[in-house]
Design a protein around this ligand. Structure first.
Ligand SMILES: [Zn+2]
Ligand SMILES: [Zn+2]
Length: 260
């Protein structure tokens, strides 16, 4: 009998059940899986119902407190999506890569992060233009490899970073930029350090950007917070109102963080 495989352990205090894709409309889930040819975006492994189920993951976290941030980022013009379940915030990953992404073992950035950083530094007004782009090339990076994890023992996962470090993703760039990343990944090479530095500068420029949503009849900015998630949105708006007052403080905080 083959030895039993060790199950990946969820780090204490990190499990967040509200991150599940249970509220994503079925049609959107199906569309994303079809768009990715029913393969994992990272390791390219074909979905297997039992061994390697394909799961839909929110790039910008769905946890309720973070969702308030989502509304705030929208109202400040830092993202254009209307809903946390929009296609532009979703990716299909196999269960192995999903787990590793959720626990910051890998991440992805725009391929030319350094160039983005320079351009946003010179002209912050370019942010909406970046956000309206789709199908741009991203670079996948191994952040905190865990030798005991299922992912680290999987060749499909490991080879993604060496054999196919870049890949097109169809979502909105802003949600990738605003997603928090770990401060000091333990296995940082000089190259990774430089990319992370540029990425962090890009993040801080992004959260300092502020403009009015330009969309007429925008469901987030113009609504009375009704609809499917009305209650949450109403709470979100209160949070947003408070947040604006301490806006200066926000820009120093990790984007997307709850400050808790
Ligand atoms: Zn995978
Ligand atoms: Zn709006």
């Amino acid at each position: 009998m083959p030895p039993k495989r060790k199950k990946d352990k969820v780090p204490k205090g990190r499990y967040d059940s509200s991150q599940s894709s249970v509220n994503v409309p079925l049609q959107i889930k199906e569309d994303i899986k079809r768009l990715q040819d029913k393969r994992c975006w990272l390791c390219n492994h074909r979905a297997h119902k039992i061994l390697r189920p394909l799961q839909i993951y929110h790039i910008f976290p769905k946890a309720i407190r973070k969702r308030y941030r989502f509304v705030m980022h929208h109202k400040l013009g830092q993202i254009q999506l209307h809903n946390i379940h929009d296609r532009g915030n979703l990716i299909a990953l196999c269960s192995i890569c999903h787990f590793a992404y959720q626990y910051d073992q890998w991440t992805f950035f725009p391929e030319d992060t350094t160039n983005w950083r320079q351009r946003v530094e010179a002209t912050p007004q370019i942010i909406p233009e970046y956000n309206s782009q789709r199908n741009i090339v991203f670079r996948r990076l191994l952040l905190c490899p865990d030798p005991d994890s299922k992912a680290f023992q999987d060749n499909h996962y490991k080879s993604a970073f060496t054999d196919n470090p870049t890949k097109i993703w169809s979502g909105e760039p802003g949600v990738v930029v605003l997603r928090p990343i770990p401060l000091n990944p333990p296995s940082t090479t000089a190259e990774l350090k430089k990319t992370l530095h540029d990425f962090r500068v890009l993040q801080s420029l992004w959260v300092e950007y502020e403009s009015q949503c330009s969309e007429e009849k925008c469901p987030i900015c113009q609504s009375n917070n009704e609809g499917e998630d009305g209650k949450e949105d109403e709470e979100g708006d209160k949070d947003f109102g408070r947040s604006r007052k301490r806006r200066k403080g926000i820009s120093k905080r990790q984007p997307g963080s709850t400050g808790q």
